[in-house]
Design a protein around this ligand. Structure first.
Ligand code: F6P
Length: 741
């Protein structure tokens, strides 16, 4: 109602102003019309009486003239009549002829429109006409009409006009109120619906508010534009930390179920002679996701692989973690030895891992492994369904262990938002096509709402692969794939680490760490130290790294005995022959290189083939002069980012393989080709001789990047995109909902 008044009051004011101007105007116009009427009437009467009157004048009979005039006065309108025989005398007139009109001043009434006399008897119209110019050339007939009727009519007209405008105002007001109420309600509902992502854009509402359709379309476009604009802003201006991620979840995905699925669990319970111990696995995936889960709460479904895992779960196979301050649940899935061998060691790590990493190890595909892979994916799908509290949870599927899982979840929970992240590279279509189950894998992945990779290059490879191998519609502008009536958005989300790393709160200071590590390794305090921290995996280029160290000793012998490279190699996938062989080769090569310098007081390579907990990893990063990451192919490599994060003293040099995703984000590192031993040796020398100022400059840049592009941003961007997709899904058909993000 208030809204209608806002329309109405100005409208009525405008109408009032219009009436205020229009009524006097109409009055004046009417007066003019009446005067003109009386002029014409007077001319008519003059013409009619011309002949008898001129005869009476010529006859010189004044009483006869007056009698004649009195007869004329039977006409109601005619008020008085007179004749001036000449211009000097008094007029021969009827009794009520106004005395102000004098025969000598008749010129004052000559002009039409100026002949209104304001007398005490009211307004009078005075018309002066010739009688008969031929017979009585000086005689003038004066006809006086009563104009009070004009005043009366004018009064009436004003009254009618007033009533008219009042009635008009009332009608307009009524119509305005009705229309305003109807259309405003429609608009408000439409807009409200738009803002909530529903209502007018729904097909049902389309039929009720067709007039809003074009506006809805425009608004939709506008929203998209704003979103597009928002994305880069989000990247450059929003500071992502644990609290920001929590706030995003609260605001964008309030009350939504978040379920993470990965093969590796974030906390492993192992049985030791001293009792049950908790271990954190050496896994980039876990390093990245664990802080995210602490922020999100929710449930993390993973393979319970620890020897004491079963002893630490409740009757629903759940355990709350972190142990000292529980923030989320791990739901453990138990696998038989055969399942683990077939799904994990076999299909995932002997098949997909070498298939996706170009590290010159041939993939091995066995149909029995694939069957286990399929059935274990099914087991995890069942767990997702069981853990979902709603029919539309947000499920974060992690990595190459679960290529079939997104489709399995989609089939059971069509409204779920499934974000799949592929942590390893995606090869080109030719390389991928050698997999006998290529179509099944692609189909499985295309059950996802969003499919993420670390780099645009991997996104391109995936889309190319789909284009080549599936009957799917690929849109390269929006980077979406439409398959089985569903859209998957393929997007780049470079993974990272938490900032600031929690480990920094407990790890020793840089001088203390330098001292402690050197003491532990039996090295002098001024001994130069390089560090490499990896799983013992052939993709990590550990052999190439050792060869580079060996080459450095050859090319720059001054470093022999003064520089050592510490390699922490966490045993990994040791049930797989290729890994056992690789471990053996690494150990042999380290020994060989050290043996080349028998006289060196301290060996060029110190190999620590054991798992190190996070605190120890950070301690080594802080103690080192350089960190060497020489992966032959790596989706991202978080060790590089951890090294940068560990160096709050802004010292230390990062040597980084150009075949890692991280090298795209950290070009201030010394970027090398790990296959080129000479180049790597030169980089090692350069790092060892780099002035502190240059180290600071490079490190400062890299720390800025890792700080800003941290893991909360990685997760936050995916979850924000998921939220946008869910919003759209409320008012668009499934296909359109996954519009380019
Ligand atoms: O890079 C893929 C990945 O899943 C990483 O997240 C992690 O570093 C590694 O593989 C873990 O391997 P696994 O779980 O087989 O020990």
């Amino acid at each position: 109602m208030r809204l209608s008044l806002r329309f109405l009051i100005p409208l009525l004011l405008a109408l009032g102003a219009f009436a205020y101007l229009a009524v006097p105007l109409a009055d004046t116009l009417m007066q003019r019309w009446f005067v003109r009427d009386l002029d014409m009437r007077s001319s008519l009467i003059a013409a009619t009486v011309q002949e008898p009157l001129s005869n009476l004048i010529v006859a010189g009979s004044t009483p006869a003239i007056v009698t004649f005039f009195n007869r004329m006065l039977r006409d109601d309108r005619l008020y008085a009549v007179a004749v001036c025989i000449d211009t000097k005398g008094t007029p021969v007139a009827t009794a009520n002829f106004p005395r102000e009109v004098d025969c000598s001043k008749l010129g004052a009434y000559a002009n039409e429109g100026e002949n209104v006399l304001r007398s005490g008897k009211g307004p009078l119209h005075v018309a002066v006409r010739d009688v008969d110019p031929d017979v009585t050339p000086d005689a003038r007939l004066i006809l006086v009409h009563d104009m009070s009727f004009v005043e009366r009519r004018s009064e009436e007209t004003r009254r009618y006009l007033f009533y008219f405008f009042v009635a008009l105002g009332a009608c307009i007001a009524l119509i305005t109120v009705v229309i305003a109420q109807l259309s405003w309600r429609g608009w408000v509902e439409g807009l409200r619906a738009l803002l909530h992502g529903e209502g007018i854009l729904r097909p049902a509402a389309r039929s009720t508010a067709p007039e809003l359709r074009p506006i809805a379309r425009d608004l939709r476009e506008l929203i998209r534009d704003l979103e597009r604009q928002y994305r880069p802003l989000d990247g450059s201006q929003r500071i992502w930390d644990q609290e920001a991620l929590r706030a995003t979840l609260r605001s964008e995905l309030h009350g939504n179920d978040v379920i993470v699925v990965s093969n590796r669990e974030p906390y492993i319970h192992v049985r030791t002679p001293e009792g049950i111990r908790m271990q954190r696995p050496a896994s980039g995936l876990v390093t990245a996701l664990e802080p995210v889960m602490r922020a999100c709460s929710g449930t993390w479904i993973a393979h319970g692989s620890g020897s004491a895992d079963r002893d630490t779960v409740d009757r629903n196979d759940r355990v709350a973690v972190p142990p000292d301050h529980p923030l989320y649940q791990i739901r453990r899935i138990w696998l038989t030895k055969e399942e683990e061998d077939g799904y994990y060691a076999g299909f995932a790590n002997e098949g997909l891992w070498p298939l996706c990493h170009i590290a010159h190890v041939r993939p091995t595909f066995r149909s029995s492994d694939f069957e286990y892979y399929r059935s274990v994916n099914e087991r995890f799908a069942e767990a997702v369904i069981a853990e979902s509290k709603t029919k539309d949870p947000i499920v974060l599927v992690q990595d190459y262990h679960f290529a079939l899982l997104p489709r399995m979840i989609r089939d059971r929970l069509p409204d779920a938002t499934i974000i799949t992240f592929w942590h390893i590279p995606w090869p080109n279509p030719e390389a991928f096509a050698i997999c006998p189950w290529r179509s099944e894998l692609l189909d499985g992945l295309l059950g996802s709402s969003i499919l993420g990779f670390h780099t645009q290059f991997h996104c391109n490879n995936f889309v190319d692969t789909v284009d080549r191998l599936l009957e799917a519609r690929v849109d390269r502008e929006s980077f979406t794939v439409s398959f089985r009536s569903q859209l998957t958005t393929v997007h780049r989300y470079p993974i990272s680490i938490e900032w600031p790393p929690a480990a920094l709160a407990i790890v020793k200071s840089v001088p203390e760490a330098r001292k402690a590590v050197r003491e532990r390794l039996g090295l002098p305090q001024d001994h130069r130290l390089g560090v490499g921290i990896d799983r013992l995996d052939y993709t990590k280029g550990i052999i190439e790294r050792f060869n580079a160290v060996g080459r450095l000793m050859e090319l720059q012998p001054e470093w022999v005995g003064r520089f050592s490279f510490v390699q922490i190699a966490a045993p990994s996938r040791s049930s797989i022959g290729e890994y056992r062989d690789y471990g053996a080769r690494v150990r042999t090569l380290a020994a060989e290189i050290n043996a080349r310098h028998p006289k060196a007081q301290h060996p060029p390579i110190i190999l620590l083939s054991e798992h190190h907990e996070t605190e120890s990893v950070y301690e080594h990063h802080r103690a080192a002069d350089l960190c060497f990451v020489s992966s032959l192919h790596d989706g991202m490599n978080l060790v590089a980012k951890e090294f940068v994060a560990a160096r709050d003293d802004e010292q230390g040099v990062l040597i980084l393989s150009r075949f890692t995703g991280a090298s795209r984000e950290l070009p201030e590192a010394l970027v090398v080709n790990p296959y080129d031993a000479d180049q790597c040796a030169a980089a090692l020398h350069l790092a060892l001789t780099m002035p502190p100022e240059q180290q600071r400059d490079r490190m400062r840049f890299m720390r800025g990047v890792v700080r800003e592009f941290n893991v909360y941003r990685w997760a936050g961007r995916m979850l924000v995109d998921a939220a946008v997709m869910r919003q759209r899904g409320r008012f668009q058909p499934a296909e359109a909902a996954a519009h380019p993000l």
